[in-house]
Design a binder for this molecule. Structure first.
Ligand code: SF4
Length: 65
């Protein structure tokens, strides 16, 4: 899995970081950071929940490793 965030769409609300804190982190500057661009399989369910829950549809999950 490859996590791609469209930072032009992201408004920094932090919902993805709540859903998958191992993968997404909201900095003190309210800028989102991807902690794991290629999360291990155990984190895929939470990552998928985070992507589906993004109100800005800014998270794309690719199958390319
Ligand atoms: S849920 Fe979407 S809009 Fe919110 S911080 Fe994450 S990527 Fe950005």
């Amino acid at each position: 899995m490859h996590v791609v965030v469209d930072f032009d769409q992201c408004d920094g609300n932090g919902l993805c970081a709540d859903a998958a804190p191992e993968v997404f982190e909201l900095g003190e500057d309210d800028v989102l950071r991807v902690r794991a661009e290629h999360p291990e399989p155990a984190l895929w369910p939470a990552t998928e929940i985070a992507a589906r829950g993004c109100p800005k549809l800014a998270i794309t999950l690719r199958n390319d490793a």
